[in-house]
Ligand binder design. Structure first.
Ligand code: FAD
Ligand code: NAI
Length: 475
């Protein structure tokens, strides 16, 4: 087996494995080095996303939603369930199977595309524009070289000072996805994406969930109107969301965790939880890469410093995904991976940061692309807004899921779509139409004039586009 490659990718998450596949498609001899181990010590490529992120969280969100529906929603449809019970071990087992299917899928794709996979930690040894030596430390130690190196080493959960993750009582995303008994009282620090998704999973399964958030506003990056609606719906479901709190001491005992905090009115509280999830953001992972020795520059926050093309300060060394600036999203990492492979091939890979969609997979889902109303106001851009509630959508009524709305923001003069914001059923899928429209620089009228299937949730998108011109038909 050759040990000299055109491209060596360090990290096999969505940024790395996709970069490797694209590089191989472009005709480069390509290796991907990834250290993630499954419970048997074998390779488990796919990174955070596949192993302890996007995929297992969505598996548990789906399972817990089924359970929630069986407990609360089926009766309205005339389906009576007697003796409903939860088999959590089966639910977690199914999640693990879904993860393994994805791990195996990536190994299959490597074979299919002739990407050589190395299971172990990759570290820079030496190199220059002519190539770099990478030491792989796994079951065996070996040395490989690459003319181009793509670093895609991802991110890790950020711990609170004095409250290290033990994954038993104080949980990062890893522990939050593997709780073996539904906690009676679950604390969540951070009302961000992980806090709301994992809080929703365990609430649906029976936990009393208390979310403690430092900021005074709920989901500050989300369009205010949408965030307000989402807050109302999540609180109604039973999530206790406390904004503007200041976390004090966190003390793990034998069976529970005590958290002291001061609320937004200045009152001190002590809460005791059976489990505590800390989801206060993630930090870039450059551990063990040997970045300092090789002279790979990091920025002041520890991310690998890159330019707009994902080039680092070292010739022919690139970095993509969570380990570089920008949103920590799997699809952003993938797009960067593809763009870098294409740039290595002399092509013009491009990532449009203005059209990266965001989705929070609560129920209802929250999804958006482009500018929020508060951003447009701050930037002094004149805009028109149109909203349409799912309450007035026939398909949503038939589904029994009428919460939320679609909101369009369009330029006041040109009608170009500047942002689309959705809280509602399957918002994760509906947002794609808005992304396509914005990529093609469509106007709200373009969407309003396109024929949408009836009855479908996407008609709410069309109606919101019509509402920009104050001519919604069904509301
Ligand atoms: P990672 O996926 O972190 O992969 C990095 C890989 O590199 C890992 O396998 C790691 O072991 C390996 N590695 C690191 N250093 C080395 C080394 N020196 N040598 C060899 N291997 C190394 N994003 C979404 O878009 N949608 C979602 O629904 C979503 N849900 C999420 C849910 C949770 C609970 C979490 C935690 C994250 C979620 N994310 C989601 C974010 C998403 O997981 C990340 O943005 C994405 O995984 C980043 O991809 P990456 O390739 O940059 O890094
Ligand atoms: P986050 O950035 O989404 O949210 C962190 C929250 O914690 C913020 O609201 C922040 O104000 C709060 N916070 C920070 N310090 C705090 C403190 N000391 N006390 C109380 N609150 C504090 O980060 P999160 O949820 O950890 O997720 C990390 C990233 O993973 C996300 O930003 C996202 O990029 C990615 N992700 C994406 C998902 C998706 O696309 N559906 C799902 C889950 C994660």
């Amino acid at each position: 087996m050759s040990k000299n490659f055109d491209v060596v990718v360090i990290g096999g998450g969505p940024g790395g494995y996709i970069a490797a596949i694209r590089a191989a498609q472009l005709g480069f001899s390509t290796a991907c080095v990834d250290e993630w181990k499954n419970e048997k010590g074998g390779p488990a490529p796919g990174g955070t996303c596949t192993n302890v992120g996007c995929i297992p969280s969505k598996a548990l969100l789906q399972s817990s939603e089924h359970y929630d529906h069986a407990s609360h929603a089926f009766a309205e449809h005339g389906i009576e369930v007697k003796g409903l019970s939860l088999n959590l071990a089966q639910m977690l087992g199914r999640k693990n199977t879904v993860v393994k299917q994805n791990n195996d899928g990536i190994l299959y794709l490597f074979k299919k595309n002739k990407v050589t996979f190395f299971h172990g930690r990759g570290a820079f040894v030496k190199g220059d524009a002519n190539g770099y030596e990478i030491k792989v430390s796994g079951a065996a130690e070996e040395s490989i070289t690459g003319k181009h190196i793509i670093v895609a080493t991802g991110s890790n959960a950020r711990a609170l000072p004095g409250a290290a993750f033990d994954e038993n009582l104080i949980l990062s995303n890893t522990g939050a996805l593997a709780i073996t008994e539904v906690p009676k009282k679950l604390g969540v620090i951070g009302a961000g994406v992980i806090g709301l998704e994992m809080g929703s999973v365990w609430r649906r399964l029976g936990s009393e969930v208390t979310v403690l958030e430092a900021l005074p506003t709920f989901l500050g990056a989300v369009d205010e109107q949408i965030a307000k609606e989402a807050h109302k719906l999540l609180v109604k479901q039973g999530l206790s969301i406390n904004l503007g709190v200041k976390i004090g001491d966190i003390k793990a005992g034998k069976k529970d965790v005590a958290v002291t905090y001061v609320d937004d009115k200045g009152t001190e509280h002590k809460a005791v939880f059976d489990k505590l999830i800390v989801s206060i953001g993630r930090t870039p992972n450059t551990t063990g890469l040997n970045a300092e020795t090789i002279g790979l520059k990091l920025d002041e926050r520890g991310f690998i410093a890159v330019d707009g093309d994902c080039k680092t300060n070292l010739p022919n060394v690139w970095a993509v995904g969570d380990v570089v600036r920008g949103p920590m999203l799997a699809h952003k990492a993938e797009e960067e991976g593809v763009a870098v492979a294409e740039r290595i091939a002399g092509q013009h890979g491009h990532v449009n940061f203005n059209t990266i969609p965001w989705v929070i997979y609560t129920s209802p889902e929250i999804a958006w692309v482009g500018k929020t109303e508060q951003q447009l106001k701050a930037d002094g851009i004149a805009y028109k807004a149109g909203t349409f509630p799912f309450l007035a959508n026939g398909r949503a009524r038939a589904l029994g899921d009428t919460s939320g709305m679609v909101k369009f923001l369009a330029d006041a003069k040109t009608d170009e779509i500047l942002g689309v914001h959705i809280v509602g059923p399957v918002a994760s899928e509906l947002i794609s139409e808005a992304v396509v429209a914005m990529e093609f620089r469509a106007s709200a009228e373009d969407i309003a004039r396109i024929c949408h299937a009836h009855p479908s949730l996407s008609e709410a998108t069309k109606e919101a586009a019509l509402a920009v011109d104050k001519r919604a038909l069904n509301f």
